[in-house]
Design a protein around this ligand. Structure first.
Ligand code: GLA
Length: 346
């Protein structure tokens, strides 16, 4: 694939890069400590279309009033405006393409709902700007881009799910080993994402605070990913640190249980693990809100719903539900989709 014209000038070829969002079925606030997560890439996605050329990355978005204009030598992505240009700049700063790009962004993802619209934008932009490498390398680069753009010390889950999705499969990801095991979505299962109506507030600063607490716990008891028995947390005297750590340790176990249940097509057991995950995020990690709790209760009480929980960082945003087909009709019906890809025409 050639991305520059003769003499390094503008290309006449049009690049089309597509990156899906993701929903996490179980395993939240575990990726930053090398734990287990179980997301899937979804059939809502961001597309970047355009041509290489010039010495800036210029992107227009149907969803944004202002154009993103990023020089190739951008120094501090977090300083860029408008806000969405920071994510573009984060990718430029990490990838350092030798030639600019002019194009447009379209997305079917709701922005800021917890379905990783920013990860999808970063992954699509990196591919459009000529990234070459494995999906894991793409995820590592775009995770760094997200951290530089937002200042949030996020894990690798969102970018890795977007880069590595497999159609019809959920992804059991070991964030410590950085390995992915696709598990077929059982027949007779549907995934719905329902917004709580509450924008995610303070998600960035509270996320960093929780991550700090988990790291402080690890200083005392060692890597949480290696702990299977919560009694190993007894050395933690601070009750808040103990609760935070207990969430991480028990969440890793729930991801294992959920993965096994999906493999056996035992949707009732999978749903039970989701309910327990929500309770732990609410009581031990304290990242739920009354609106998320009420939505989870309502969905869980609906016939045909196997389980429901908040998904992603929490503090507002969305709930994910595993259901029989057609059991609920609110929110988005999402299907497990292939990961990000790029094509060139002309
Ligand atoms: C955000 C972060 C992820 C992950 C989740 C919580 O989506 O970007 O890395 O930590 O929160 O599981």
């Amino acid at each position: 694939m050639s991305s520059t014209g003769p003499g390094g000038g503008p290309s006449t070829a049009t690049v089309i890069a597509v990156a899906p969002g993701r929903v996490n079925l179980i395993g939240d606030h575990t990726d930053t400590t090398g734990g287990l997560v179980l997301p899937m890439a979804i059939d809502l996605a961001t597309t970047v279309t355009g041509r290489t050329g010039g010495d800036r990355v210029v992107l227009r978005s149907a969803a944004e009033p202002e154009v993103a204009v990023v020089p190739l030598d951008v120094i501090d992505p977090a300083d860029c405006s408008p806000g969405w240009a920071r994510y573009v700049a984060g990718v430029v700063a990490e990838l350092r393409p030798s030639i600019g790009f002019d194009g447009e962004v379209r997305t079917t993802l709701p922005v800021g709902a917890g379905l990783s619209s920013s990860a999808a934008l970063e992954v699509a932009v990196a591919l459009a700007l000529g990234f070459e490498g494995s999906p894991l390398e793409l995820a590592r680069l775009t995770r760094r881009a997200e951290q530089r753009a937002s200042g949030v010390p996020c894990g690798i889950m969102d970018q890795l799910a977007s880069a590595s999705g497999v159609a019809g499969h959920v992804l059991l990801i070991d964030c410590g080993e950085e390995t992915i095991e696709p598990i077929p979505m059982p027949a007779g299962a549907e995934v719905r994402v329902v917004h709580s109506g509450e924008a995610r507030v303070l998600a960035g600063s509270a996320y960093a605070e929780r991550r700090g607490a988990v790291e402080a716990a690890e200083v005392v008891v060692g890597p949480l990913r290696a702990i299977r028995d919560v009694s190993d947390l007894d050395a933690l005297e601070d009750p808040i640190l103990r609760r935070r750590a207990r969430h991480v340790v028990t969440e890793n176990e729930r991801v294992r249980a959920f993965a096994a249940a999906m493999g056996q097509e035992d949707l009732a057991a999978a749903g039970e693990a989701m309910g327990a995950s929500h309770a732990s995020l609410r009581d031990d990690f304290e990242v739920s809100t009354p609106a998320l709790d009420a939505l989870v209760s309502r969905l869980t009480a609906t016939p045909g719903v196997f389980g429901a929980r908040l998904t992603g960082a929490g503090f507002g945003g969305c709930v994910v539900a595993l259901t029989e087909p057609g059991a609920i009709d609110d929110g988005w019906l999402v299907r497990a989709s292939a990961g990000a890809h790029r094509s060139t025409t002309g």
